[in-house]
Design a protein. Sequence first.
Length: 272
Amino acid sequence: MRPDEFLRALTQLPPSLHDRVLILRPYTRTTRCDDCQRIGDAVHLALTAAHYDELTSAGELLDTAERLAAAHTEHAPQRPDQQRGRGRVLRWAQASGPLVAATDASWKGRAGGIGYVVSDGHYGLLGRGTGRLDPTGRSRVLVDELRAVDYLLTGFDEVPAGLTVLLDSLTAVRYLHRWQAGEADVMPAGYSLRQRRWSDKPTLVRLAEQVARRSDLAFAHVKGHSGHALNEAADGLSHMARRRREESFDLRPRAHALVDAFLRDWHANAKL
């Protein structure tokens, strides 16, 4: 099953099965591990059963997959809700319409935050700080706007074809368009290209190379603080992530409620 087929099948599942399949998704990738392969086969069979409305059989196949996974701890996958600030409001998983996302960044003093929200309920927020080896350079806000796009795209195992990404930074949109046009070596002023300890490539270099290969992705400007539901959600998430670096509060339920509220408004109006 191709990644796009898996994603399509996933969005058609009822909530009771969706989360179970999502947790087991890493086992569906090609592997040389026989135990992982057996788990993945059970998940694929469950998706097939669900496609034909055999939900009882799908549940039983997932029971088998979960039992095998519990016994096979060597390659245990990370739960989606444990992945660096990411989450999903499941009520929007089967919403109709084109897939649209918004990203944003926030910075104040020495603390920053980035966030994204997708019309299918996916969202993410991540706090940032500065350090002696901070590679950002003097274009701090612009770099973080682009990092937010990278954070969005890396949240997908396979970035959906035709995804539209909205940003309220016109300068960031121009960089994304230049990268799509083949100018992948153009970087914001002052951004350091030195080798990273935690990655083989700097974040924006990796992003530029990915964008250059994906002419099907659309990057568009939306005016900030204009009441646009997705932009307001991404803005709220980025501010929340920034504040969380300096304040103590329960981040996840607040983020979940914020995303749900703005997506309700977005889908009610169904417009960009």
